[in-house]
Design a protein around this ligand. Structure first.
Ligand SMILES: [Fe+2]
Length: 372
């Protein structure tokens, strides 16, 4: 029996109790009557009732168990709420579609703005009004009416040979002829890159972005392929001098065992957080990990409680230390390696705005033959 099946039955049973209570007298059933719609306290039957079991919450996530489980265990320790997790490698959309209104999912958690917007646009999420979430998460990093929330940031940065002297860097500089034959990057069609290129379109327009992409392509030291860590590997090997990749991999590499291959790659590079120079108020491009409350969440109150916990100082510092992601909440202590990259000025462009250009970005990658 899967946890989900068990929960479905439990949820139905709770639903029957709720109906019975409503027919009699709410207060007698130990529930808070008429809390405002959309608030955590307004979860009614789903809210943990004092003096009884705190209940459970059903989480669907595409994130790695090793990263997420410690956070969930800490949540259960602090609230008593049991988390039933379905770890999905992919197929979140298909699963939610197949389950329809009967889906037992309470919380949907994934990476990449595009993936989050897909579930929102398909109608699989609901609005959430939570002061805790709104205070912790800047407005440009959450969806309208609380349909999705960023939980951690994944900044897309410059890896540079540790001996290079660079005084700041703009994403636009990647196309500068001084870097001819010196740039490494993974496939232009990888979501990490299409998201960055989409942000470039949002800032500088499609025409300028196409020209920029041709310039970057001209500067490549090798085919645009492999993974983000290969940029560090190839800088160590002398194949390139700079490249673009996600910052958390550097946390992993520089914290790897002394003498290991990964550690040598990490030690060969320095990290610079580029900004968009073409924008008046440009910052560093980030992608995200985030979550939403499922449209028909049977344990809505506990679902909101889980999200609120995930932006607590405790959980945010676990994100920062377990996976070297950047906390979405300000003032949380960073992993020392991540802290060594210096202050981050996050690109203030709303992620929903950036996501709008992803398809166009992907078309430009093909048009300029970026991956050929
Ligand atoms: Fe990654």
């Amino acid at each position: 029996m899967t946890p989900v099946n068990r929960t479905t039955r439990a949820a139905r049973f709770a639903g029957m109790l709720t109906a019975a209570c409503a027919a009699l007298l709410l207060a007698a059933c130990g529930q808070q009557p008429a809390a405002p719609e959309g608030s955590a306290a307004g979860a009614g039957a789903d809210a943990p009732a004092a003096g009884t079991g705190a209940g459970e919450v059903n989480l669907y996530t595409t994130r790695e168990p090793g990263l997420i489980q410690p956070l969930l265990d800490a949540f259960t320790d602090s609230t008593g709420i049991q988390v039933n997790t379905v770890f999905l490698k992919d197929g979140l959309m298909e699963r939610l579609g197949a389950e329809g209104e009967r889906s037992p999912a309470d919380v949907l958690m994934t990476v990449d703005t595009g993936n989050l917007l897909d579930v929102v646009d398909a109608g699989y999420t609901q609005a959430v009004d939570s002061d805790v979430l709104e205070e912790a998460i800047p407005a440009h990093l959450r969806g309208e009416e609380g349909h999705w929330f960023t939980l951690s940031l994944r900044d897309r940065v410059l890896y540079a040979d540790k001996d290079l002297e660079l005084d700041g860097f703009a994403y636009e500089d990647l196309a500068d002829p001084q870097w001819k034959g010196r740039v490494c990057i993974r496939s232009g069609q990888h979501p990490y890159n299409t998201s960055l290129f989409a942000a470039m379109i949002a800032h500088n327009g499609a025409e300028a972005t196409e020209e920029w992409l041709r310039g970057v392509k001209d500067n490549l030291a090798r085919k645009a392929a492999g993974g983000d860590r290969d940029v560090a590997r190839d800088i160590l090997a002398g194949i390139c001098d700079i490249g673009i990749a996600n910052a958390y991999y550097v946390g992993r590499m520089k914290n790897a065992e002394e003498g290991s291959e990964q550690r040598q790659w990490g030690d060969a590079i320095q990290v610079i957080r580029p900004v968009f120079a073409g924008a008046e108020d440009g910052g560093t491009h980030v992608n995200i990990s985030g979550a939403a409350i499922a449209a028909n969440a049977p344990n809505r109150g506990n679902a909101v409680a889980l999200l609120e916990y995930l932006v607590s100082d405790e959980a945010q510092s676990m994100y920062a230390r377990a996976n070297y992601e950047y906390p979405v909440k300000a003032g949380v202590e960073l992993d020392p390696v991540v802290a060594s990259f210096g202050e981050m000025k996050i690109d203030p462009l709303p992620l929903t705005e950036v996501a709008r250009y992803r398809r166009q970005a992907s078309e430009l990658v093909d048009k300029v033959g970026f991956d050929n």
